[in-house]
Design a protein around this ligand. Structure first.
Ligand code: C2E
Ligand code: MG
Ligand code: MG
Length: 579
């Protein structure tokens, strides 16, 4: 069969290898280049019967199946991006084995990077144990499975007695060593299916799944107390310490993971009065302030007392520097604590079910502000980007709220951009997808925030109603550190363009990063290099300065597809590479 027939017979065939009689590869024919050549020639008929030698690439990239992925990505990232599109040949002991493509490689690297990022985000760096977030997640899963199997489970909240004394007298290095060794000892006590996590400082938590009776939990608690009591030898010092444990049981005490943990914490407070002991939760241990109502009223109060503010961060064209939009970022200035981390605020508000109050506040404030800048002829051709939580897309009230604010402020929907994180989009169901599609019909742009930190696949992106992809700052940080990682940003840009998406790089802090992004066709950028998020008065000054001496006359160029999206869809031949 000739090359032409082969490509027609198998529409998923990405490339063909040409081999000699001994199976040694001598050339490669890429489907798309082959088609180009066909078109350039006077017609299919004339070329169809010519020898393949005429159309093949005689110097393909050939790699052994055992070549490490890093070596390959380095080759591809240097001056050989052509192979990302053309594909390359993989051999076993010099004989043809299969075809690999830059896209399959890219997917593997992103997966690996995502796994590392996810690990960092959900684990404590000192002990490697799951952190509070992952613990709550696992506890939620354990509750669901216990409910299915009609089993009970126990949760321990553990705190070291007088850890501060060790830290203060022997120093933090010894303190850290102690925490590491304690987490190892805890591990030696629990079973594989149970989880031990470090919640903060010297606080740990354990979930014991599939428990027949509370007696077993008591036994484990005794062992935990005992392993901590055994002396530790740390850097030549013998350290004696003990711990206290608060215990709760599902379903006896609650069926909600947050409530269970809070109750375990209350029981811990009771245990701490005695030290070196375990106490099981009883109602009289409850502290008066339940967490959710407290958070709810705190966030409400923050809004009512005007403790929330909106800061603005500009986005600009990577090439011309022309401003293209402003992102509204909420800030909470708590009179007693000062500025509270925005991530923490959003997490609290989501947990307490008051996130839409925040969105409501941000939309109202930012749209009015945006309108007043427009009236002052400042940034009238920009968009306003608002961050939206996944939860809000599901509860369905978002469109009405947005329209109301747009009307009140005298703006138009087409000036808005909504930023949703990958995880927010991942959870979205048919209803949410429809909701976003409707908003897009009104001219709203939808962007995927923090791309690369979640698990959305590019093929899924293709089916979602989105216009913009924001590359997470973790990837941008890697630019200039190693050729490999820069290659990842490049590949994301290429793939996003092939899906017709505009690409924004987040967290751009250096000129080296910006120049790299420009070289590789990234459309827009945002980050401290351009400007940090600014309060309204300072943002206004910034806009005035830019207006007085625009950095570039050229308008932000329109971004559109550069490559055919078919090239992404048709990769079927998997690359036989190992990590
Ligand atoms: P995001 O939407 O990805 O926002 C970008 C974050 O990166 C902001 O953090 C910003 O201050 C920070 N940043 C900007 N430029 C740089 C840079 O050059 N270097 C570094 N290292 N960081 C930079 P922030 O304001 O703390 O916001 C954190 C996240 O909280 C946001 O991430 C967004 O997901 C969420 N968020 C912020 N405001 C809102 C809101 O009003 N509603 C909702 N639902 N989420 C919000
Ligand atoms: Mg954002
Ligand atoms: Mg982001």
């Amino acid at each position: 069969m000739g090359a032409h027939e082969a490509f027609i017979a198998d529409p998923t065939l990405y490339a063909l290898a040409v081999v000699d009689d001994h199976g040694t590869p001598i050339g490669l024919i890429n489907r798309f280049r082959f088609r180009e050549t066909l078109w350039q020639q006077s017609g299919e008929e004339t070329l169809k019967n010519r020898p393949v030698g005429m159309v093949m690439d005689r110097t393909p990239l050939i790699l052994d199946e055992h070549a490490p992925i890093d070596q390959l990505s380095e080759i591809l990232s240097d001056d050989h991006t052509k192979y990302i599109f053309d594909g390359f040949i993989v051999t076993r002991r010099g004989k043809y084995l299969g075809i690999g493509t830059g896209f399959s490689l890219m997917r593997r690297i992103t997966e690996r990077r995502q796994a590392t990022l996810a690990h960092l985000a959900y684990h404590d760096t000192l002990t490697g144990l799951p952190n509070r977030q992952l613990f709550l997640d696992r506890l939620g899963q354990a509750i669901a499975s216990a409910a299915r199997n009609r089993r009970r489970l126990a949760v321990f909240y553990i705190d070291l007695d007088r850890f501060k004394v060790v830290n203060d007298s022997l120093g933090h290095t010894i303190g850290d060593l102690l925490l590491q060794q304690i987490s190892e000892r805890f591990h030696s006590v629990i079973r594989k299916q149970d989880t031990v996590a470090r919640l903060s400082g010297d606080e740990f938590a354990v979930v014991l799944t599939e428990m027949a009776s509370f007696e077993r939990a008591e036994l484990v608690a005794q062992k935990l107390l005992e392993v901590v009591r055994q002396p530790f030898i740390l850097d030549g010092h013998a350290v004696h310490i003990s711990c206290s444990i608060g215990a709760v049981v599902y379903p006896d005490h609650s069926d909600n993971q947050h409530t269970l943990l809070r109750m375990a914490d209350d029981a811990l407070s009771a245990a701490k009065r005695l030290r070196n002991t375990m106490r099981r939760y009883t109602d009289d241990m409850a502290r008066p302030s339940a967490m959710t109502p407290l958070v709810f009223s705190t966030v409400r109060r923050a809004i009512d007392l005007e403790e929330l503010e909106v800061y603005y961060q500009p986005q600009a064209d990577v090439r011309t520097g022309a401003l293209s939009g402003l992102e509204a970022l909420v800030r909470w200035n708590d009179p007693s604590r000062g500025y509270v981390s925005t991530n923490e605020l959003i997490q609290l508000a989501e947990d307490a079910g008051v996130i839409s109050e925040i969105t409501n506040f941000v939309c109202g404030t930012a749209m009015k502000q945006f309108r007043s800048w427009q009236q002052a002829r400042l940034g009238h051709d920009m968009r306003l980007a608002i961050n939206i939580s996944g939860i809000e897309v599901r509860d369905g009230v978002l469109p009405a709220m947005l329209r109301q604010h747009v009307r009140d402020a005298g703006l138009s929907m087409s000036m808005l951009e909504l930023e949703l994180t990958e995880s927010g989009l991942m959870f979205s169901d048919v209803v949410a997808t429809q909701l976003l599609s409707d908003l897009r019909e009104d001219g709203v742009r939808v962007s995927v925030d923090d791309f690369g930190t979640g698990y959305s696949s590019l093929s899924r992106l293709q089916r979602l109603p989105v216009d913009v992809l924001k590359i997470d700052k973790a990837f941008v940080e890697d630019i200039g550190i190693g050729a490999k990682q820069g290659a990842l940003v490049r590949a994301i840009v290429m793939m996003a363009h092939s899906l017709n998406l505009t690409v924004v790089a987040e967290g751009v802090e250096t000129e080296v990063q910006r120049a790299f992004l420009e070289r590789h066709g990234c459309d827009l950028y945002q980050g401290h290099l351009l400007s940090p998020p600014l309060p309204p008065a300072q943002m206004e000054q910034y806009l005035r300065d830019r207006h007085a001496r625009p950095r570039a006359t050229e308008r932000a160029r329109k971004t559109c597809a550069r490559t055919s999206s078919t090239s992404v869809r048709t990769i079927k031949k998997k690359l036989p590479i190992q990590d």
